[in-house]
Design a protein around this ligand. Structure first.
Ligand SMILES: [Zn+2]
Length: 467
């Protein structure tokens, strides 16, 4: 993509960690970090943004290929459909995709994410092997497809190759449907080793991801943490945990301990960790996670779609817990929709309105957006400051489809309007680490990205029809 570097910008209205500020000049360092922020009259003559500007959110959890199966599992095929029957369809789908398909799907998804308020992506990548489960000649081939997709779009990538070895607690043998995901520790180490210099050269962050406590034994967890220490010290560590009631029941049946309780017993969970979902928690577990400095990776649209349950957001935020949002199955590519769903799940549960505002920020959307910026960046191993010195020069210009009708919307309500008013979420310019990647809502490579995605879906459709 073209190198569209910006040295800075002047915002008429910007959401900073302290709330909305007017007439803000920000300058960007070479590394894509905000070097200075001044409230002034734009003496440097920086490019001016009249529309409200918010910091870009890092989408902290995605399985890119699932974007292409969105809509397919919305048909009842069992007396009671559940996460587990959805997963059967997802496995079936994962067994049809080539490296070219995965690259094209990921690029299309990442383009959509840029238009949905995200400027970074954490890809929790578990499809590693060829269709028959054998290794590719180059074992990191599918990770490289993800790298290429992120580079084509210009989104900030944190890549997490997933370690996946078992089908349930107690080190049970994997199923045939999981054959593209399975690794052993040596193979996983070799893959990270091969990816490390490439990620470094391309500016991507690399982390590790034990898939879940179902998929990893205690010994394997220890080996993974040793490997992290030697190869990627202090890198992000993400794991799915306590998403489903059945997972909690299976954990209790296995050794009498709940999943989050087990995890804290197995590993030094701390600030570099991200616990994906953490839906089913008891009081003690809420406190353990909040006190650890780890991020909870909420995926509100996917959790609703899969019937996972409702996160204990009020209790968790009451203990100053950190959270971010992920698009997970990618049925939504819009950060505003994820945050709306998060707030609405709490309204339905607590029978109140404006549940996730805070004493410092009574505007729900602004409160949730800033927290998701911080949590997403933390989970990605990136600077957490938002639009402030030391933060990433990653921002999103909010555009109204009917600018003339915005007269009654106060500046402080700008984001509430874009998140809750139901007029769609529309962006103008989007900047990632000091580089403009969307101009007036469009990407310079957009036509090619859409054409390659269409070609991939045509191939996938033929393969699905043949099976
Ligand atoms: Zn996931």
């Amino acid at each position: 993509m073209t190198n569209n570097r910006m040295d800075g910008a002047h915002f008429r209205l910007a959401l900073t960690p302290e709330g909305w500020k007017r007439n803000v000049s920000v300058t960007f360092a070479e590394d894509g970090i905000i070097s200075a922020l001044e409230e002034d009259g734009n003496p440097l003559g920086l490019p001016v943004y009249e529309n409200p500007v918010v910091p870009g959110i890092t989408d902290l959890h995605s399985h890119a290929f699932q974007y292409a199966m969105a809509g397919l599992p919305e048909v009842r095929r069992n007396p009671v459909d559940s996460f587990w029957s959805w997963r059967d369809i997802m496995y079936f789908f994962a067994l049809t995709l080539s490296p070219e398909d995965i690259r094209a799907i990921a690029a299309r998804l990442y383009l959509g994410l840029l238009k949905g308020g995200y400027t970074g992506i954490v890809e929790f990548h578990y499809v590693h092997n060829d269709l028959d489960g054998s290794q590719y000649g180059q074992r990191e081939l599918l990770s490289l497809a993800i790298f290429e997709a992120a580079e084509a779009v210009g989104i900030d990538l944190t890549h997490l190759p997933v370690f996946y070895a078992h089908s349930n607690f107690g080190g049970l043998q994997p199923t045939d449907g999981q054959r593209r995901f399975i690794q052993d520790i040596d193979g996983y180490a070799a893959m990270l080793d091969a990816l490390k210099p490439v990620a470094s050269a391309k500016g991507h962050t690399l982390g590790i991801a034990p898939h879940s406590l179902r998929a990893v034994t205690q010994d394997e967890m220890s080996s993974l943490l040793d490997l992290r220490e030697s190869l990627l010290p202090d890198c992000p560590v993400h794991i799915h945990v306590a998403e489903q009631v059945k997972e909690v029941e299976d954990a209790l049946a296995w050794n009498g301990r709940r999943p989050v309780e087990q995890l804290f017993g197995m590993a030094p969970v701390g600030r570099r960790w991200c616990l994906i979902h953490a839906t089913h928690l008891n009081d003690e577990e809420v406190g353990m996670i909040a006190g650890s400095g780890a991020t909870v990776g909420l995926c509100p649209m996917t959790e609703a779609n899969l019937g996972d349950g409702v996160f204990r957001a009020v209790d968790y935020l009451g203990k100053e817990g950190v959270f971010g949002i992920g698009s997970d199955s990618n049925i939504s590519t819009c950060a505003a929709q994820e945050l709306q769903q998060l707030e609405y799940s709490q309204r339905l549960k607590h029978l109140e309105r404006n549940v996730l505002a805070s004493s410092g920020q009574p505007h729900v959307a602004a409160n949730l957006w800033n927290r998701a910026v911080q949590g997403g960046a933390r989970a990605a191993g990136r600077p957490e400051n938002g639009i402030a010195p030391g933060g990433m020069a990653s921002f999103v210009e909010l555009v109204s489809p009917e600018p003339g009708s915005m007269g009654a919307v106060a500046d402080e309500s700008a984001l509430d309007f874009h998140v809750f008013a139901g007029r769609g979420f529309h962006v103008g310019d989007v900047c990632v680490l000091g580089k403009k990647v969307l101009s007036a809502g469009r990407h310079s490579g957009e036509d090619d990205i859409l054409a390659e995605y269409a070609a991939a879906m045509s191939r996938v459709g033929k393969r699905l029809a043949e099976r």
